[in-house]
Design a protein. Structure first.
Length: 333
């Protein structure tokens, strides 16, 4: 059995033999590209959150991503490309996708497209689906890294599965106990993960809300943006409990209870004896998105049983913020 698996495994881009893992904490682009070429993982900055990148064609690298995160294998990964030629190598690229790319790439939009039969991609990336999720990040260092490596990289958020996503290099080091080398690109500008849409012939299905809102998608394409009929199948990664701090999370709070930390929005009046923060005193949703994961981390202190969160409007970017908060608050089974 093992022999069959070995024969089936696709070799990595440049080296079939893996070099020992490099445990240097912070790495520059050249070194990060070498790590990727050797079939290992490296954390890279993107404008949304930090990603745990590996060669998307290399089974061993993709396995290392799943193992490092302790991520369930049925949850497919997003492939990050530096240009449209790279994308066309992997997926069919209909008119609607071109329209979206023109408007939103590079940027925080992931498109789920029909995967090409000859796509040089490890089957582990797509978890057996005949579609592939692709995005072109805007962060200069992410683009430079992909170009220098010379191949598309699979990259989920660089956090242990189910935990809060990392918006700084320090978050990545903390999450993986310093075991994963990181390209430091500063604090993420957007702060929540990309909007994911499944691209049909004349419609879009919103699989995950993000900083590119429904209204922007409709304005750019003039096609309807639908909700998934069956969330479990369309976005297998959208597990209900996700993005969770250690403390419990209570939403739409109007008053803090004993032992709760407070997370306000727009000058709301929750107060806590333990810790109180406001995602955006001015009520700016973009600022709130940027602060969301790092503020949840700051409030997630020993002794804090629950983080109470004030109501946040559901419009525009609020949909993405509330989506992450609902998952943070969900029953963890
Ligand atoms: O902003 C982002 O998208 C970040 C940065 C690093 O790029 N990445 C990220 O990846 O959030 P991850 O793995 O945490 O989330 C990827 C989501 C999962 O919910 C997964 O189920 C979904 O994308 N996905 C991947 N391939 C898919 C496919 N073919 N069909 C439907 N959903 C897919
Ligand atoms: Mg994630």
């Amino acid at each position: 059995m093992k022999l069959i698996l070995d024969l089936m495994a696709k070799p990595c881009q440049t080296t079939a033999m893996k070099e020992p893992r490099d445990n240097t904490h912070f790495v520059k682009i050249e070194q990060a590209a070498r790590i990727l070429r050797a079939g290992h993982v490296v954390a890279m900055p993107t404008e949304t959150v930090y990603g745990l990148a590996g060669d998307a064609a290399c089974d061993e690298a993709v396995l290392e991503i799943f193992e490092t995160k302790a991520r369930p294998r049925f949850n497919p990964l997003i492939v990050h490309c530096a240009d449209v030629d790279m994308v066309k190598n992997l997926a069919t690229f209909p008119d609607l996708a071109q329209k979206l790319a023109k408007q939103f790439w590079p940027g925080p939009l992931t498109m789920v497209l029909p995967k090409r039969a000859d796509a040089p991609i490890s089957d582990l990336v797509t978890a057996g689906l005949n579609t592939i999720a692709i995005r072109m990040p805007k962060h200069e260092l992410a683009r430079e890294l992909i170009k220098t490596a010379g191949f598309p990289v699979a990259a989920p958020s660089a956090n242990p599965s189910g935990k809060l996503s990392p918006t700084t290099a320090q978050h990545v080091l903390e999450g993986f106990g310093g075991q994963v080398p990181v390209v430091d690109g500063g604090a993420a500008k957007e702060g929540v993960e990309s909007t994911i849409v499944a691209v049909g012939d004349d419609q879009l299905v919103l699989l995950r809300p993000g900083t590119i809102s429904r209204a922007q998608l409709t304005a750019a394409t003039k096609v309807p943006v639908l909700d998934p009929q069956d969330k479990t199948i369309k976005a297998p990664g959208m597990l209900l409990s996700h993005y969770a701090p250690n403390a419990a999370v209570r939403l739409n709070a109007v008053k803090c209870e004993e032992g709760e930390a407070a997370l306000n929005f727009g000058g709301s009046k929750l107060t806590s004896a333990m810790a109180t923060l406001d995602l955006s005193p001015a009520g700016d949703l973009a600022e709130a998105a940027r602060n969301l994961f790092s503020f949840l981390r700051k409030l997630d202190q020993p002794g804090v049983g629950t983080i109470a969160v004030a109501p946040i409007p559901e419009d525009g970017l609020g949909e993405a913020i509330n989506d992450r908060l609902r998952r943070a608050a969900a029953d963890r089974g």
